[in-house]
Design a protein around this ligand. Structure first.
Ligand SMILES: [Zn+2]
Length: 230
């Protein structure tokens, strides 16, 4: 398991590899953003969510867990993180979106893949693009959710793109030879994404605890584009 307090791959290394990646955007139907923990949806795809809602296109965010295992000794962290998510989504978007929560226990997504699969089946239609966590992201919940999404998309013929979170930190362009697609963010989408990311105070600057998302990790999510694995 990686340690987010350690420096990780420098953002300059990623920019050098990704700046020239081909541009990509989903087809014009619904987006279903699958988020293992509150903050993954904003960090991984916040700019895309903002652009889609600005264009009056439908967006659903599926929150798989409430993220309570980030600090196991923090009683009530699930409530704190749900509240941060509500604040972040209303900061991110001026138009409404749908947020569905599954409240699967944090850290145990691999034990409840049928619950996630049933939610995907209920929320997807043929025109949906699934925006899923990357299946080799290095966090067990991200990987379990990513695998379920990928299998579901394949079996149903649904379009899918995957967003890394922790792979930016522990992988490099050389160790991650995937097909990238770059979704450009205009200035207002980028600044809305960063403002939304700052709503997750429990992850950025918790009292008396080491942050899960320190500044050198947040730097991966301040690019003028979002890069997806296609
Ligand atoms: Zn996560």
């Amino acid at each position: 398991m990686f340690d987010p307090s350690q420096p990780g791959t420098d953002e300059c290394v990623w920019r050098a590899a990704l700046d020239a990646a081909p541009s990509w955007q989903p087809a014009s139907g619904r987006l279903l953003i699958v988020s293992p923990h509150p903050d993954d949806e904003v960090l991984g795809a916040g700019g895309l969510i903002r652009q889609w809602t600005d264009a009056a296109r439908p967006v659903t965010v599926l929150s798989v867990t409430d993220g309570e295992a980030a600090y196991p000794d923090w009683c009530g962290l699930d409530r704190v993180r749900r509240s941060e998510l509500r604040q972040a989504l209303s900061t991110l978007c001026t138009a409404p979106l749908i947020n569905v929560g599954l409240s699967i226990p944090d850290g145990r997504v691999s034990e409840q893949t049928e619950v996630l699969r049933a939610a995907l089946a209920a929320l997807c239609d043929a025109d949906t693009t699934l925006i899923a966590p990357y299946e080799d992201d290095g966090h067990p919940d991200h990987e379990a959710a990513g695998r379920v999404c990928r299998q579901f998309a394949r079996s149903q013929g649904i379009a899918i793109a995957r967003y890394p979170i922790w792979a930016w930190h522990h992988s490099t362009p050389a160790t991650m030879p995937v097909q990238w697609g770059r979704f450009a963010l205009p200035p207002q989408a980028r600044s809305a994404k960063l403002a939304a990311a700052r709503c997750f105070g429990s992850q950025l600057h918790p009292a008396r605890r080491a942050p899960i998302v320190p500044p050198h990790v947040l730097a991966y999510f301040a690019r003028p584009y979002e890069a997806f694995v296609l």
